[in-house]
Ligand binder design. Sequence first.
Ligand code: GLU
Length: 436
Amino acid sequence: MVPKAAAIEGITGRVNAAPSLEQETNPWQAQAARFDEAATKLNLDKGIWKILREPTREIIVHIPVTMDDGTVEVFTGYRVQHSISRGPGKGGIRYAPDVSLDEVRALASWMTWKCAVVNIPFGGAKGGVICDPKNMSQGELERLTRRYTASLIEFLGPEKDVPAPDMNTNEQTMAWIMDTYSMHMGQTVTSVVTGKPVSLGGSRGRREATGRGVATVTDQALKFLNMNASETTVIVQGFGNVGMHSARLLWERGYKVIGIGEYDGALYNADGIDIGELVEWKTRRGTIHGFAGAGPFDKDELLTQPVDVLIPAATENVITSRNAERLQCRILVEGANGPTTAIADEILADKGVFVVPDILANAGGVTTSYFEWVQDRMGYFWAEDDVNQRLERVMIESFDAVLQYAVQHNVNNRLAAYMLAIDRVAFTTKQRGIYA
Ligand code: GLU
């Protein structure tokens, strides 16, 4: 089939030509294509459309860091605040060599829509620093993190913008940010970041929250399609914080996990992989390589194997016009942000794949971040069971709301999630009015 060109230029009215692979995989254009499609369907007010299409604020910083050998390196960092209409900016910070402003913009917008889908009182923001964390020492990462935080100090705060972990950042990174911010403020301010260690005001259950959310919406999709966990096969791409906990929780719930992919290889076992053992293996050795409970497999081929549930839980653009046609899953649950391009969406729709879109599927992380922010501000911390139950409730309600929207408006799940989110953000944007 010839994929329809995505409405990348949107309201600018330029004629759409079929985009190149480079355009197709530009995350900002991928986000904008979905936004424009949903806004058109919603018949969104043109003024609100223009406001919500662009980020509110984009900050670029160049951060000097003294490396371990005494030389000075300058790193480029971004923080994009897409919307603060429904509350403070919220979203992770990622460290990677290929971070770009367009990527951070897209991720910030996705945070706005994600927070609105699960109806928590945050806007959307995202940060990124161009660096190669795998080749940096802890000391270098700490100095980078502290200087990045100091450069952004006036834009961060519990009521302004609240960072969290994302790719290659973790609880330790959040502890450094919290400490740096607190030193500037002259007091400990735990609620300036989420995803902190539990001993420093983090929430129980936050570490596995994204995976728990993924498992919950997968259960809901099965229920909707009248399927049984014990007869359902799963392939997970990514075995980091999101992929590992998604795979583990689904395996614990009786699903048969037959494939696990990583950036440097994959494992496959048609009889099912013991994920408990694999988690132990990876935790001890830092890699899935050499695990005896499954055979090595080509990491790209893994995505196109016959399976009931495919969970991309690594990075953007893994399902594109180049491989979407060959996918053989019945359900796609997007643990990662932006794993599917807008053109691949159309191909998957034609194939009848049931998609649980990223802004719903991976919203468990930010939902528990919201719980963490609430607990920090109360100074009262909940038991893990309470956190998990509240999270499950939010995920189930949000899944139902998106599905109901899709049926009512006769649109696919992704469009339904965007429409629901945009409608909510448009409402508060209109209510607040334009300050002049
Ligand atoms: N980085 C995560 C995401 O993409 C979590 C963001 C947060 O908790 O603020 O949703």
